[in-house]
Design a protein around this ligand. Structure first.
Ligand SMILES: *C1O[C@H](CO)[C@@H](O)[C@H](O)[C@H]1NC(C)=O
Ligand SMILES: *[C@@H]1O[C@H](CO)[C@@H](O)[C@H](O)[C@H]1NC(C)=O
Ligand SMILES: *[C@@H]1O[C@H](CO)[C@@H](O)[C@H](O)[C@H]1NC(C)=O
Ligand SMILES: *[C@@H]1O[C@H](CO)[C@@H](O)[C@H](O)[C@H]1NC(C)=O
Ligand SMILES: *[C@@H]1O[C@H](CO)[C@@H](O)[C@H](O)[C@H]1NC(C)=O
Ligand SMILES: *[C@@H]1O[C@H](CO)[C@@H](O)[C@H](O)[C@H]1NC(C)=O
Ligand SMILES: *[C@@H]1O[C@H](CO)[C@@H](O)[C@H](O)[C@H]1NC(C)=O
Ligand SMILES: *[C@@H]1O[C@H](CO)[C@@H](O)[C@H](O)[C@H]1NC(C)=O
Length: 509
C-alpha cells in the first residue's frame, strides 16, 4: 500500500509535468527537426519521399519503443497489428493518397508520452530495404503551457535528488519495463539499451489506466456485492412485509378461530353439564321413586307376611294337643306339678328310683304323650325365663349322663341361654334373630313332612323350623327348665284331637 502511494505520488501529473518540462530545458536536441507541442494538440510530423513514385511501404517508428512502429503502411493498406499501443487510433497519413511523396503523419491528442524521436522510412517500388536510412527524423517535445522558469519548475518538487540518476546526474526520465526501475536517458542508452523502456509519463499513464481497471474491477466487485446486499435486504424486506401481511391476515383469523373454539368449548361444556345435571336429577328422582317403591314393597311384604302368619298359626292351632309332663322321666332335681303342666327346679335333689326313662344327670323332662304320625301343636310359657330348652325328642334317646342336644342325637330343640343368646340346636348351633324375646313358644310337628317349627305366639311369627327330617320313632315333647320353671299352656283341644291323643296315650302305655 505504501509502495502504491509512493508510486502515485511519483507519477502524479501535478508533480511530473513541471519536471518533464524542466527536463526539456535541460536537454538539447541534436541535429534534427524540432517540434514542440502541448498535450491535447493535433500535430503533423512532416515527411516527404524523394520521389512520388510507387511508395510500397511507409514506416513511422520510435526506436525507443517496442514495438517501435508508430504507423505502418504496407501491402497497400494501414497495418495496425504491429503498431505500438499508445498510438492506436491517433495517427494517420496526412494525405492518404501520398501525393507528391507526401507521407506526413498526423498525430492527434498529443500527450507527454509522445515526447521522443520519430523516424520516417519508406520503400519505393522495388528498392532494396537493406539501405533503409530514415528520410526524416523529428524530435517531438511536449511542453506544458507557460512553465518555463527554471526556479518555478524546480520549486514544487521537494526531493528532486531522488529523481536524479545517481550515476549520470540526469533526470530519471524513463521507466525500464525489464528491471522495473526509473532510469535516465544515459542509462537508457547504455545499461538498458536492449530493454524495453517507456517514459515516466507513459508508465504513469499505464499505471493510471491499470489502476483505473483495477479500481473498475474493485468497484465492480464492490458494486456486485452491494447489489447482492441490496438484493438480500430487499428480499428480507419483502419477507418481512410478507410476514407482516401474513400475520395481519392470519391474526384476526386465528383469533376468530380461537374465539370460536373457546365459545364452542364453553357451549359444549354447558350442554354436557346441563345434560349431566338433568340425568343426575332424573336418576335421583328414579332412585327415590324406586326406594319408595322398595319401601312400599317391603311394607306390603311385611303386611302380607304378618297376614300370612295368622292363618298359618291358626292352622297349627287346630292341631293343638293336651300335653302333660311325665314325672318318671324328670331329673331328680325337677318337680312336676300335680296336673303335669308345670316343671320347677327344686331346692334339693329328691331321692327317686333310677328308672331307665329318667334323666339322671341333665335337668330334662319329657311329656307323657308320644306321637308317631300326624301333626301336633302345643304352647309353653317361657315368660321372663332366661335359660331353657324346648322341642321334641325321639324315644330311644340316651337319658343318662351328659347329653348333647342335636338332631343326630334325636333332639330337635331351640335354646335360650343367658350369655349365649337364642339358638337352634341344629348340630352346629344357629343363631336366631328375633325383635323381642318371645313370652310364649308354640311348637308344631308334622311327622310325615319331617317338620318341627317354633313360633312366637304373641307376634304370631315363626322363629325356626327343622325341615326334611326322617322320623322313624315316636316323638315326645321335651322340656328343660334349668334352674327355673316352665309351664305348658292350656289350649282348646278339638274333640278329634282328644280322641287321637287318647289313642296315643294308650299306644304309649
Ligand atoms: C540492393 O542494394 C544493394 C546495395 O545498395 C545492391 O548491391 C543490391 O544489388 C540491391 N538489390 C536489389 C534486388 O536491388
Ligand atoms: C533543436 O533544438 C535543440 C535544442 O533546443 C538545438 O540545439 C538544435 O539546434 C535544434 N535543431 C534545429 C534543426 O533547429
Ligand atoms: C484533433 O483532430 C480531431 C479529429 O480530426 C478533432 O476532432 C479535434 O478537435 C482536433 N483537436 C484539436 C485540439 O484541434
Ligand atoms: C501534404 O498534404 C497535405 C494535404 O494534402 C497538405 O495540407 C500539406 O501541405 C502537404 N505537405 C507537404 C509538405 O506538401
Ligand atoms: C486525449 O488524450 C487524453 C489523455 O490520454 C484523453 O483524456 C482525452 O480524452 C483525449 N482526447 C481526445 C479528443 O481524444
Ligand atoms: C510503378 O508502378 C506502376 C504500376 O504499379 C508500374 O507500372 C511502374 O513500373 C512502377 N515504377 C517503378 C519505378 O517501379
Ligand atoms: C471503467 O468502467 C467503465 C464502465 O464499465 C468504462 O466505461 C471505462 O472505460 C472503464 N475504464 C477503464 C480504465 O477500464
Ligand atoms: C329314613 O330312615 C330310614 C331308617 O333309617 C331309612 O330306611 C329311610 O331311607 C330314610 N329315609 C330318608 C328319606 O332318608
Amino acid at each position: 500500500m505504501a509502495m502504491f502511494v509512493l508510486v502515485l505520488l511519483l507519477l502524479c501529473p501535478l508533480h511530473l509535468d513541471p519536471l518533464t518540462s524542466a527536463l526539456f530545458l535541460l536537454f538539447s536536441a541534436l541535429d534534427q527537426k524540432n517540434i514542440t507541442a502541448k498535450p491535447g494538440e493535433n500535430i503533423t510530423l512532416p515527411c516527404r519521399a524523394p520521389s512520388s513514385t510507387n511508395i510500397t511501404v511507409v514506416e513511422w517508428i520510435r526506436p525507443d519503443l517496442r514495438p517501435e512502429y508508430v504507423f505502418l503502411y504496407r501491402s497497400m493498406q494501414d497495418d495496425p497489428d504491429n503498431q505500438h499501443e499508445s498510438f492506436k487510433e491517433r495517427v494517420e497519413l496526412e494525405d492518404s493518397e501520398m501525393k507528391d511523396g507526401n507521407v506526413s503523419l498526423v498525430l492527434r491528442n498529443v500527450t507527454t508520452g509522445d515526447r521522443g524521436t520519430y523516424e520516417c522510412h519508406i520503400v519505393q517500388g522495388k528498392t532494396n530495404r537493406s539501405n533503409n536510412e530514415p528520410i526524416s527524423t523529428i524530435y517531438l517535445d511536449v511542453k506544458l503551457g507557460e512553465c518555463e522558469c527554471k526556479h518555478k519548475l524546480i520549486h514544487p518538487v521537494e526531493n528532486l535528488e531522488s529523481r536524479i540518476c545517481k550515476t549520470h546526474d540526469e533526470p530519471l526520465e524513463f521507466f525500464c519495463g525489464v528491471d522495473h526501475m526509473f532510469i535516465c536517458g544515459s542509462c537508457k542508452d547504455s545499461d538498458h539499451k536492449s530493454h524495453k523502456t517507456v517514459t515516466v509519463e507513459e508508465e504513469a499513464q499505464m499505471k493510471r489506466t491499470q489502476l483505473g481497471i483495477d479500481m473498475n474491477d474493485t468497484d465492480q466487485m464492490i458494486r456486485v456485492r452491494q447489489q447482492k446486499i441490496q438484493e438480500i435486504q430487499d428480499s428480507v424486506e419483502a419477507s418481512r412485509n410478507n410476514a407482516a401481511k401474513a400475520l395481519s391476515y392470519s391474526m384476526p383469523v386465528m383469533t376468530a378461530v380461537v374465539e370460536y373454539i373457546k365459545k364452542s368449548q364453553a357451549e359444549l361444556t354447558e350442554v354436557i353439564e346441563t345434560k349431566k345435571k338433568k340425568i343426575e336429577t332424573e336418576a335421583e328422582g328414579f332412585i327415590k321413586e324406586l326406594e319408595e317403591e322398595i319401601m312400599q314393597i317391603k311394607q306390603k311384604n311385611l303386611q302380607e307376611i304378618s297376614m300370612l302368619c295368622d292363618p298359618d298359626l291358626k292352622k297349627m292351632e287346630q292341631h293343638a294337643v293336651d300335653v302333660t309332663l311325665d314325672p318318671d322321666t324328670a331329673n331328680p332335681w325337677l318337680i312336676v306339678s300335680e296336673d303335669g303342666k308345670q316343671v320347677t327346679h327344686g331346692d334339693r335333689k329328691r331321692n327317686l328310683p333310677n328308672k331307665p326313662e329318667r334323666f339322671d344327670h341333665v335337668l330334662n323332662v319329657l311329656a307323657k304323650e308320644g306321637f308317631s304320625s300326624g301333626k301336633f301343636y302345643y304352647e309353653v310359657q317361657v315368660k321372663e325365663k332366661t335359660h331353657w330348652d324346648l322341642g321334641v325328642a325321639k324315644e330311644s334317646i340316651n337319658r343318662k349322663g351328659d347329653i348333647r342336644l342335636s338332631p343326630q342325637n334325636g333332639y330337635w330343640t331351640i335354646l335360650l341361654k343367658k350369655g349365649y343368646g337364642f339358638t337352634a340346636n341344629a348340630g352346629p348351633a344357629i343363631n336366631l334373630h328375633v325383635r323381642e324375646m318371645p313370652q310364649k313358644i308354640g311348637v308344631f310337628v308334622d311327622y310325615e313332612e319331617g317338620q318341627v317349627s317354633f313360633y312366637n305366639v304373641d307376634s304370631r311369627a315363626k322363629i325356626f323350623s327343622f325341615t326334611g327330617c326322617n322320623f322313624t320313632e315316636k316323638l315326645f315333647p321335651f322340656f328343660s327348665p334349668c334352674q327355673d320353671d316352665l309351664v305348658i299352656c292350656k289350649l282348646k283341644v278339638t274333640e278329634k284331637n282328644l280322641k287321637l291323643e287318647l289313642q296315643r296315650v294308650k299306644y304309649h302305655q
